[in-house]
Design a binder for this molecule. Structure first.
Ligand code: ADP
Ligand code: MG
Length: 200
């Protein structure tokens, strides 16, 4: 697949819907030049959430290590030293969080879609995600508070972490017919080699 046609999955999580941030979130991805290829609102089952986070076989270890590192970086003691135990607990919390209300699932398409969307979305923990990113600007949660309260980190959005992850996740949430193929007029300006056709 050409880089310009790269696709990524974005989910506005239940807290994003409840915070009335749907428009704000869509605007961020739209204004950078990405194309919306699919969109729907659903209430997910816990089974689908489990499948979603199991589609990358390394997710459990990566997620556990990231959470433990975040505690250590702040000079705090993680709840456990075992990454698999850590992410196992997180997965149970995530199943509840992600199926607690409607979510909006979207496929965004364009050059470097996966990386660009992750950049705009920001890091996992809102406390430390950059200012200017969606998670950095619109929410204030942390690993510490969410762990104390025994729930998942509320960070408004899911965004695929790699092209491989994106392809698996898109196939999980959307049927083939639901992802649309069409041109956007702005693609001429974003991708056209010579920018010809502007002057009459
Ligand atoms: P990201 O969503 O940034 O790709 P992960 O894939 O590692 O992050 O984790 C998936 C989601 O699980 C996060 O967005 C967050 O909502 C939640 N989460 C991650 N780590 C923890 C944790 N240690 N405690 C509670 N919730 C977590
Ligand atoms: Mg992830």
């Amino acid at each position: 697949m050409k880089t310009k046609e790269e696709k990524t999955l974005v989910i506005v999580k239940p807290d994003g819907i409840q915070r009335s941030l749907i428009g704000e979130i869509i605007k961020r991805y739209e204004r950078v030049g990405l194309k919306l290829a699919a969109l729907k609102m659903v209430v997910s089952t816990e089974e689908l959430i489990e499948k979603h986070y199991s589609s990358d076989s390394n997710w459990r270890i990566k997620n556990g290590e990231k959470s433990i590192k975040s505690y250590r970086d702040k000079g705090l003691k993680p709840p456990t030293e075992d990454p698999m135990e850590m992410s196992g607990i997180t997965l149970e919390k995530l199943k509840k969080y992600m199926s607690s209300g409607p979510v909006i699932c979207m496929v965004w398409q364009g050059a470097h879609a996966v990386e660009i969307v992750r950049k705009i979305t920001g890091g996992t923990e809102p406390l430390t995600s950059d200012v200017g990113t969606i998670r950095g600007d619109f929410v204030l949660d942390s690993y510490q508070i969410s762990d104390t309260d025994g729930r998942a980190v509320r960070n408004l959005i899911h965004a695929s972490g790699s092209i491989e992850e994106a392809n698996k996740e898109i196939a999980l949430w959307f049927s083939k017919e639901e992802t649309l193929c069409y041109s956007l007029v702005q693609e001429k300006i974003l991708y056209d080699i010579n920018l010809d056709g502007i002057l009459e």
